[in-house]
Write a protein that binds this ligand. Structure first.
Ligand code: IVH
Length: 677
């Protein structure tokens, strides 16, 4: 064999192996070899192709990213029109659809439907000629789209050549290109840090990523394509049911929905819809409904089309998550630690079945990023159980008298000045507990279940007590008496007596609860526990220096400084001694057993894939260090370890402000704890 022949044989072998690994990783979600092996094979192929340029082919896995940006996209005419779908917004509309089909198909007792999620992305048409990808196009107006071949080639879930050999000579595969939620969050965080434009939602991000003239930009975006149908095909045969065609596409190398199901009759559809609605927030990608398609192709043919949509399919849409409304005003709320949050006061609007009249604007930077003014028409978004957000301004609807949003210089609740610390974007009221708002919030925190756990002393009641000056500091809670409480609050004698009993009961607490209840900035439950275990008494903690505090696990310089400042304030000292005098007490803290574990009391969530070990191994190491490893993120989670592919859990952790670490940081942390232990 000549060197060229030898190289040729090896190149063929490498391409086959690389394509197979790629398929197992991206389509089957079941990689066989570690990434390092994949990289080695790719490098070997690149080297051979560099030595023997005549062996380079356009479908080689090394040729995904072209290096010449386009000047403009060219228009392409679709071989068959790309249709849209009829929508159903209720089960009744779905039943009416099924009924209409039965009227046209009178010899079918029950219709079988193929069910898939309705992906919220961009429709794409991919043309394969003799098994090679020759064209990728957007839907456009359904008849004509834009040629985005260069860009679709960069997407790993789109095969450059079909697997196997029994495919039609001409095959047009259709599907949706989308950006997973986690990738979208990451892209936006990166854009924020670089000061570039962020995207309002994953769909816009996917569209923006495909509309790039330079394929290198598209390549850097986390895009996925999920195949959902065949457009045209010629010179080969296809199965005679939709779901079987999808399985066939999977064998040819395409990702298809892992939620694909075949159900019987409209009841099956209704059940599928509610199942997916329940799973929705946990899916790694956004969907805006589900699609039902008559499974038998012969029936599809019989049913045909109406104007621009097939009669044999329907989209059962979820209630919209985004709506347009007007920003009437902005109010500024003061939190427990004085942080000022701008809150959008909106013209009430129904979003996903809930009336929204407030939405968070987060902080000054967010207002600047949105460029929003009072009077603007804005898009509000309420996804799942997440707090509604203003995501975009409809600038074309800006009225002439739109007003700039003025950040207050003095606290909206008390007359103190507002400061924006240099390294933060959060404005704060500087008055501490003499600010009524901060007082209310810190009393609510003090009474909460995880803190002093005073049953019956809820937010509303706390607000009334503070407004009526019955409570001026947390210590005053312990001098409330049943009789005036019952009289003032119209609580009724019984409830007032219960409340006083609950207050009395809360005096018997624990040191960690007490420390947490004090509401020292950034001292959460886990830190309070660590402080109690380290210092054993309140006195020793109160005297500790910043240096000494940093010996406590998880206490860094910022938390240490917060604790010292808190303990040295004469106001706080007075409150603490009043609480003790009122009878708040706790059992002596026993020094923890010598072999107490470093992660005792911590709750950790693992999400996405880890490269260096399996999730089970990671979990075992954490558990051995004393941590609790759980499956879902909540306010009680201390840390989230997120690897590639992390989806809704990562998003939720970010929403809740929970610390998120990547695999490298996780390993460094666990190594250190194991070494110290
Ligand atoms: S089938 C003739 N299946 O929804 C049937 N479409 O409103 C054509 N879409 O532009 C579409 N997920 O981009 C189908 N599983 C799915 C889909 C889906 C998302 C999009 C598609 C189309 C739009 C129709």
């Amino acid at each position: 064999m000549s060197p060229l022949e030898k190289a040729q044989a090896r190149v063929r072998e490498l391409r086959e192996q690389i394509n197979e690994h790629n398929y197992r990783y991206h389509v089957l979600d079941d990689p066989e070899v570690p990434d390092a092996e994949y990289d080695r094979l790719t490098q070997e192929l690149q080297a051979l192709e560099a030595d023997f340029p005549s062996l380079v082919t356009s479908d080689s896995p090394t040729q995904r990213v072209g290096d010449t940006p386009l000047d403009a996209f060219t228009q392409v005419k679709h071989k068959a029109p790309m249709l849209s779908l009829e929508n159903a917004f209720s089960d009744q509309e779905l039943e009416a659809f099924d009924q209409r089909l039965h009227e046209r198909l009178d010899d079918v007792a029950e219709i079988e439907y193929a069910c898939e999620p309705k992906y919220d992305g961009i429709a794409v048409s991919l043309l394969y000629e003799n098994g090679k990808l020759t064209r990728g196009a957007t839907r456009g107006d359904g008849a004509t789209g834009e040629d985005i071949t260069q860009n679709v080639r960069t997407i790993n879930t789109i095969p450059l050549s079909l697997r196997g050999d029994r495919f039609p000579a001409l095959l047009e595969v259709r599907g949706e290109i989308y950006m997973p939620k986690a990738g979208f969050e990451k892209l936006n965080i990166q854009a924020l840090s670089e000061g570039t434009k962020t995207f309002a939602n994953p769909r816009n991000a996917a569209a923006g990523s495909l509309r790039q003239l330079d394929p290198k930009i598209t390549e850097a975006r986390p895009l996925i394509m999920c195949a959902y149908s065949v457009g045209v095909s010629d010179g080969g045969s296809l199965p005679d049911k939709h779901a079987d065609i999808l399985q066939q596409l999977r064998d040819w190398g395409f990702l298809i929905s892992e939620q694909l199901a075949v159900v019987s009759g409209v009841l099956g559809c209704v059940e599928y819809y509610s199942g997916i609605a329940e799973k929705r927030n946990g899916l790694a990608y956004e969907i805006d409904g589900v699609v039902f398609k008559v499974n038998r192709l012969d029936l599809q043919q019989q049913l045909g089309f109406v104007s621009r949509a097939p009669r044999w399919a329907i989209a059962r849409k979820f209630p919209a998550q985004e709506e347009m409304t007007v920003l009437n005003d902005v109010e500024f709320q003061v939190g427990r630690t004085g942080a000022i949050t701008p809150v959008a006061k909106l013209e009430p609007v129904l979003v996903g079945g809930v009336t929204i009249s407030n939405a968070s604007l987060h902080n000054k930077d967010e207002i600047a990023r949105l460029g929003v003014k009072i009077g603007d028409t804005v898009i509000v978004r309420r996804a799942g159980d997440v707090i509604p957000k203003v995501v975009k301004v409809v600038t074309s609807r800006r009225p002439e008298d739109a007003e700039e949003i003025q950040f207050p210089r003095i606290c909206p609740v008390c007359p103190a000045a507002i400061e924006i610390p240099e390294d933060e974007s959060i404005a704060r009221c500087t008055a501490g507990l003499s600010c009524g708002a901060q007082l209310k919030e810190s009393i609510k925190h003090f009474c909460s279940r995880q803190a002093m756990d005073i049953e019956g002393l809820g937010d509303k009641l706390v607000e009334q007590f503070v407004d009526q000056k019955l409570i001026k500091s947390v210590a005053d809670i312990y001098s409330l008496e049943a009789e005036p409480v019952a009289r003032l609050e119209r609580l009724g004698e019984k409830s007032a007596a219960n409340l006083v009993a609950a207050i009395e009961k809360s005096k018997n607490t624990t040191l960690p609860r007490f420390l947490y209840a004090l509401g020292i900035r950034e001292v959460g439950q886990a830190t309070a526990l660590a402080l109690a275990n380290y210092f054993l008494t309140l006195e020793l903690l109160a005297e500790a220096s910043e240096e000494e505090l940093q010996n406590v696990p998880d206490v860094g310089p910022v938390v240490a400084k917060n604790i010292v400042e808190f303990m040295h304030s004469s106001n706080n000292k007075a409150v603490i001694s009043a609480l003790l005098k009122a009878g708040v007490k706790w059992p002596k803290v026993e020094p923890p057993e010598v072999d107490q574990l470093p992660l005792d009391g911590q709750t950790i969530v693992l999400t996405g894939t880890l490269n260096s070990m399996s999730r089970d191994d990671a979990k075992a190491r954490l558990v051995a260090l004393g941590a609790k490893v759980v499956g879902s993120v909540s306010a009680k989670t201390d840390k989230v370890v997120a690897g590639p592919g992390a989806g809704s859990k990562l998003v939720k952790a970010q929403d809740l402000g929970i610390e998120v670490v990547d695999e490298d940081a996780f390993l460094a942390w666990v190594d250190e704890l194991e070494a110290a232990h």
